[in-house]
Design a protein around this ligand. Sequence first.
Ligand SMILES: CC(C)(COP(=O)(O)OP(=O)(O)OC[C@H]1O[C@@H](n2cnc3c(N)ncnc32)[C@H](O)[C@@H]1OP(=O)(O)O)[C@@H](O)C(=O)NCCC(=O)NCCSC(=O)C[C@@H](O)CCCCCCCCCCCCC(=O)O
Length: 664
Amino acid sequence: MARYELVKRSVALITLTNPPVNALSSAVRHAMAKSMEQALNDPKVTAVVICGENGRFCGGADIREFAGPLRGPPLVPLLDAIEAGEKPVVAAIEGVALGGGFELALVCHYCIAHFKVNHFVLKIIKAVGMSRAAKPLSSRRVSMLTTPCPPDLDALLEVVTMEVKKKARGVMAPLACIQAVRAAATMPYSKGIKRESELMATLFNSGQARALQYCFFAQRTAGKWTLPSGAQWNNSKPREIRSAAIIGLGTMGRGIVVSLARVGISVIAVESEKKLLETGKQMVIGMLERDAKRRGVSASLNLLKFTLSLQDLKDVDLVIEAVFEDMALKKRVFQELSKVCRPATLLCTNTSGLDVDALAGVTDRPHLVVGMHFFSPAHVMKLLEVVCGPRSSSETIATAMSLGKRMGKVSVAVGNCPGFVGNRMLKPYMDQATFLLEEGATPEQIDKALEDFGFAMGVFRMSDLAGLDVGWRIRKESGLTGPDVDPKNPPRRRHGRRYCPIPDMVCEQGRFGQKTGRGWYMYDKPGGTNAKPDPLIQNLLEMYRSRYAIQPRNISDQEIIERCLFALANEGFRILEDGIAARPEDIDVIYLFGYGFPRHRGGPMFYASMVGLERVLERLEHYHQAHPDVPHLEPSPLLKKLVACGSPSVQTWREHIKTMHSHL
Ligand SMILES: CC(C)(COP(=O)(O)OP(=O)(O)OC[C@H]1O[C@@H](n2cnc3c(N)ncnc32)[C@H](O)[C@@H]1OP(=O)(O)O)[C@@H](O)C(=O)NCCC(=O)NCCSC(=O)C[C@@H](O)CCCCCCCCCCCCC(=O)O
């Protein structure tokens, strides 16, 4: 936990040894306290060096211990003892020094960054000796320093507070940090530290802390996929990918090219027409150049090749198809790829919801076919859904997961069903929002409730950004709207269920969102981003309600949140039942990284567990009774089962799902 060695008979070397990141667990704090005492009391010791094993100084508090009651010695008295000691203490920092690890470094009298200690302890000590001769130890104590307090501190912090409130809506920690900075600037050290401890205690005991800790581990668990066959992340070897091809240079394709090229993979980009190819090429080059400038590196343009011919793909390791969302077109592309690419080439599709196995079925290598569902813009968004078809081999899945990681994505393995996890859950969420419009709410009221909850954007602003025509086309193709609607359907019903045609009516007016300057909101110009309520939408809603004799009612924010988010989580439970996601953490990670779900709420499944499963069940039953023609509001069997089992913690739901059907 902390190794103590005497180097050259005069230097105490204390090495933190708590893999993987040398976090300050109770055992580490205990061992550190003992080692420091030994070093300070040993007359032979003239200086102390603290370092971390395996190239990592310290990752801060051991977050694994936060789940239970806190044990062991507190950190602050240990830090005080180090700082007040009469022997110079040096923090030899390799890798990370985060949270409590950073505090530890700060109280040491000297910090040396980027140092291989094991090799240079004596050099460190020599350097310290020289500085010590120049400066007495008291001048090295952080607690003795006075903090400069700017005269306009209040105004300054006011501005920062406003900024933080806008950027991190409803999040407690950044506001507490501002208060801690105020304490540091206005109080003596001992009082400031006390104030900081109070603030920390408040945060520490909050639901937000639990949610954030859950998110931290959920993100790391998500990469650990398993298949019913027993193949899993730690027994399946990914292939090395040196070259890749992208088919289609639309928004998605361009982002994927950039994501691959900036991690050193050669990319061949294919388009069907010269003009499209040239436009795509210019945009990719511009994106890569801007990205390289921001990161202070040179743009990897030499890795790119642009072509109109699929024949150029014969030697690539992997292809990602990113053509228009049309099954027939995608099938033609996959058939063609089967002919052109060498037999070992992996064939991936960026479809956002079509059947990956149907695509695999038209190839000569269904085991090498997998979905790689990027989120737009693909070079910015961190999420990647890796869609495992029933015939995808474990090597194929391992390769897609590892490629995602290499591109800096948070990759989550999911099963194959319409919409996969993210987009399948989006439907009931958006349906509830449009039903609420029918019943009396406005787009801005619904968005405000969701944004106050913490979403970066409410559902209507998000739809305007994404483009309303995409969903309209899908609804037309599936016969929900347009000329193919079965005339036997009564108004506002399809297939015996409630259906809200308002989104179709908005599209019929050519309002496709930001790109047309009009959607659920109005914008200054096409492509504008400043959303303003549009009286035309208010009129449309009023006319619609009067046409169908709907008496608008006042809808509370609570109802908006419950109906949208409980319907979302309910579909998550069904996804778990169906084995499309292996665990609730995977669903939450998808919503955190792909759909702007507020991190301090932990994701839809964690949020449901925080509200209380019993309460979620009771509210869904209530709403389903009020809207029996909305099947998404009918509580899922898994939710009922979990409530019947006493609402176990989200981390143990997997035990209750085990017996159910699994695609993963
Ligand atoms: C460290 C990282 C940057 C590494 O990133 P990398 O990408 O290389 O690797 P991974 O992220 O995949 O992580 C690898 C592996 O390590 C696990 N892990 C990482 N960090 C921790 C950790 N801090 N604790 C436990 N485990 C950790 C991770 O789960 C992976 O495991 P796996 O099994 O999946 O391989 C990156 O990981 C990172 O950013 N980590 C988080 C760092 C962080 O947030 N640190 C701050 C923690 S909070 C803190 O330090 C606050 C302090 O002020 C409090 C210190 C007090 C300590 C005592 C506790 C008592 C609390 C009561 C307060 C009373 C005050 C008093 O004590 O006096």
